[in-house]
Ligand binder design. Structure first.
Ligand code: ADP
Ligand code: MG
Length: 296
């Protein structure tokens, strides 16, 4: 490989809003066959709103939100941010919780007035022996009238009792569909990878025309998901925002981090996408291919 061609590629990338961290990355990325996309914060804006409070009988909306917000102070997740904002908007005073713990890809927990309190996924509550209702149907999640992504639900419990469900909405980025179509035009297979439920994931994938869905994947399993694609012969680019996907970014043949991501992701990514639109993803693939052709 001629270093000059690679340097030109890197320089051209910079003008497109693509920062290539090493020459190897540009060389490796010209042979990618599959693009794995993180959902939350990558295909969606990642600014969620808690729009539905569904307490069980005997519990008020206020109480449900107060408990959830108190626990979410222990988490940095965008779900936590949305719940804290909803509580603030209602003027709810947030009680101090002891032993606040964030459980990546699952939820958060602590002790409120001596009782265990939990907020998180259905699986998270089930693991704590809380009796929870069935998963909402995928059909309930589809709302094609708006640009909204499917609703994400979290459950709230105090002691052994379920207090209710909080529905959160995220918005699919406006250019996501076009970016996925551009990747397909480049001959790429597309995969949606998320810790969210199959129903929420399927709704987003259907809306965007993404080929394959891998849902309910815990942060620690995201790298394994990448490796199993590689084992079946794919050369994988992973696009993430860094929250929970730093290890997957590192496991991929090419890691691309959207710039809004955390510092961890930036360290484990080979290419950093600083332009604020998703078209930068097919642009990065095209740039790599052009650079490879120049070298050969
Ligand atoms: P993604 O892969 O979409 O980035 P995560 O892996 O961060 O999603 O989270 C997966 C699921 O775990 C969420 O949809 C939610 O149900 C639950 N979860 C994770 N963190 C929290 C939290 N702080 N509060 C409530 N639920 C959470
Ligand atoms: Mg994420």
């Amino acid at each position: 490989a001629t270093p000059t061609a690679l340097m030109v590629g890197i320089g051209r990338g910079a003008t497109l809003g693509i920062l290539v961290k090493g020459q190897d990355a540009l060389e490796a990325s010209g042979t990618i066959t599959t693009v794995v996309l993180d959902k939350t914060g990558t295909l969606t804006t990642g600014s969620m709103t808690a729009h539905r409070l569904a307490p069980v009988d005997g519990v008020t909306e206020q109480e449900l939100l107060a408990v959830a917000a108190a626990v979410e102070r222990g988490s940095e997740h965008i779900i936590a941010r949305a719940i804290l904002t909803a509580a603030e908007n209602r003027g709810i005073e947030i009680a101090p919780v002891a032993g606040l713990t964030a459980h990546p890809g699952r939820g958060a927990s602590g002790q409120l007035h001596g009782e265990p309190v939990l907020v998180g996924s259905r699986a998270f509550l089930l693991d704590h022996a809380i009796d929870v209702p069935d998963e909402p149907d995928a059909a309930d999640n589809l709302d094609n009238s708006t640009g909204q992504a499917a609703e994400t639900s979290v459950l709230v419990a105090r002691g052994r009792l379920l207090l209710g469900r909080i529905g959160l909405r995220d918005t699919i980025k406006r250019d996501a569909r076009t970016a996925v179509a551009a990747l397909h035009a480049q001959g790429m297979k597309t995969v949606l990878l998320t810790g969210d439920t199959p129903a929420a994931a399927a709704s987003v994938a259907a809306r965007l025309g993404i080929d394959t869905v891998l849902a309910g994947v815990l942060p620690a399993q995201k790298a394994d998901a990448i490796r199993s694609l590689q084992d079946s012969g794919d050369r994988v680019a992973m696009v993430g925002d860094g929250i929970n996907d730093a290890v997957a970014l590192a496991a991929a043949d090419l890691g691309l981090a959207m710039v809004s991501g955390s510092d961890i992701a930036l360290k484990s990514a080979d290419i950093i996408l600083v332009r604020d639109d998703l078209a930068v993803i097919p642009d990065a693939i095209a740039l790599s291919r052009r650079t490879l052709r120049t070298i050969k």
